[in-house]
Ligand binder design. Structure first.
Ligand SMILES: [Zn+2]
Length: 205
């Protein structure tokens, strides 16, 4: 028997990854009364003042009233080894998620590759695991699952734009966020829709 209301966990190496990769989908789960958790593994101190970035993460998580878990792994110097695995496992044991969203290993950012590899171990007992796309994800990303986020595209762009310390990056622009969601809808011939796309790591039924 599956529970009606799922516990969903999104894992981000940095404070803006969840917003860019799967925020619309998290809105959808929230609307369906699932319990949504965000785990952010670093304070993003590599790019800017870390205090600002934590405040931004808190503000965008508050849009969903989801539970935010913050860790302090070293931005840009994360490893895929035990020190990272144990941090993620600690939260998996506590939250007991039915569904987990993780970053892609096909990514030019070393932290994203490290967290993907650490997650392979840390979420090995979770029945549903999906991989989201970040701006640094490569063309090796080949999605097979799509979430229609048309009703939530404005909330997603708002959540991304809350991260004002990152506005200098082109992918933080409202049109960039909307364009990717529109492009992902074209992937599967849905006109006038917005989608978030995912690779399926595993579904156990
Ligand atoms: Zn990132």
């Amino acid at each position: 028997m599956s529970k009606k209301h799922k516990t969903v966990l999104a894992i981000g190496p940095h404070p803006d990854d969840i917003e860019l990769g799967c925020f619309g989908t998290m809105c959808k789960y929230t609307q369906e009364w699932s319990n949504v958790h965000f785990l952010i593994l670093s304070k993003g101190e590599g790019g800017t003042d870390e205090w600002d970035r934590i405040e931004e993460a808190k503000k965008s998580a508050a849009l969903l009233q989801c539970k935010l878990h913050l860790e302090d792994l070293p931005d840009r110097y994360m490893t895929e080894w035990q020190e990272t695995i144990s941090v993620i496992e600690k939260h998996i044991k506590k939250i007991k998620p039915d569904i987990v969203f993780i970053p892609s290993g096909n990514d030019v950012h070393q932290d994203h590759r490290a967290i993907y590899n650490a997650c392979l171990v840390a979420v090995r007992l979770v029945d549903e695991v999906y991989i989201y796309q970040a701006p640094s994800t490569t063309m090796g990303f080949q999605p097979t699952m799509y979430f229609d986020i048309t009703d939530f595209i404005k909330t997603k762009t708002k959540a991304v734009r809350i991260h004002s310390t990152q506005w200098g990056k082109v992918y933080m622009a409202e049109r960039a966020v909307e364009w990717l969601a529109e492009y992902r809808a074209f992937d599967i011939f849905r006109n006038d829709r917005y989608m978030e796309a995912f690779e399926v790591l595993r579904i156990v039924k």
